[in-house]
Write a protein that binds this ligand. Structure first.
Ligand code: HEM
Ligand code: HEM
Length: 181
């Protein structure tokens, strides 16, 4: 059996699953149940988790750090090309596309929350532009989450590993051969 190593620390895992819960609750409470007493707390929880995660990206454990997984656009395009040709290397941490996806996802969630909060202030209450922006960011988040889950499923299949259980246990098979990280 392949040896496993610790990759995702406790904060990354807790932040991931609680962010998923907060964003899901924010969405369902606004669009499905119309339950606004739940909407704003869920949104505030989401922005708090995003801020903690961003700070952890500078001081957290090895695979949590942005420096470990963020790659230049040129290297990311090269990686995307290997994905399209079906011979992408395995990354122990986030792959370059995954890294950019995380940044865009976290930023879109933050912008959704900021515009939602602005909408509750005296200055912007009822402002159609802020309302429109809140909607546009909320839908962008939904599209990104769909792409995120497709990316996770694709990488899991391509490298014969269960990335979802790794995000639960924090452990992944140790790098071997041409693996990166
Ligand atoms: C609201 C929904 C979701 C949000 C906002 C979200 C957000 C994120 C973020 C920010 C990361 C980066 C982790 C970090 O380094 O902090 C991540 C990674 C990950 N997410 Fe999600 N996620 C969502 C739903 C899901 C779902 C439904 C699954 C399971 C299918 C999933 C599986 C994963 C996995 C496996 C990783 C690690 C990817 C890798 O190995 O590089 N996520 N997610
Ligand atoms: C991830 C976080 C969030 C998501 C996904 C989200 C999503 C949504 C969605 C889909 C709507 C329905 C828009 C419509 O159909 O008109 C909505 C409305 C609203 N959101 Fe958020 N939201 C989030 C965070 C927040 C936060 C943090 C606040 C305020 C503190 C907030 C305040 C509001 C308000 C006041 C409305 C009602 C606008 C109206 O009157 O139609 N949201 N949100």
């Amino acid at each position: 059996m392949k040896p496993f190593i610790p990759v995702w620390d406790v904060l990354i895992r807790l932040a991931h699953w609680s962010l998923m819960l907060a964003v899901t609750l924010a969405w369902l409470s606004a669009e499905v149940f119309g339950w606004f007493a739940m909407h704003e707390p869920a949104g505030y929880a989401a922005i708090t988790i995003v801020v903690v995660r961003v700070l952890w990206g500078f001081v957290g454990s090895r695979y949590a750090r942005f420096k470990q997984f963020m790659q230049r656009p040129s290297a990311t395009w090269r990686y995307a090309w290997t994905v399209l040709r079906g011979h992408a290397p395995r990354y122990v941490g986030h792959n370059p596309l995954g890294g950019w996806m995380i940044m865009v996802l976290l930023s879109s969630i933050a912008l959704t929350c900021v515009t939602g909060w602005l909408f509750t202030t005296d200055m912007f209450w009822g402002d159609p532009l802020v309302h429109l922006l809140h909607n546009v960011f909320a839908w962008t988040v939904l599209v990104l989450i769909t792409l995120h889950v497709v990316g996770v499923a694709h990488a899991s299949r391509a490298h014969h590993e269960n990335l979802v259980s790794a995000m639960i246990t924090g452990r992944k098979p140790a790098p071997e051969g041409d693996d990166c990280g």
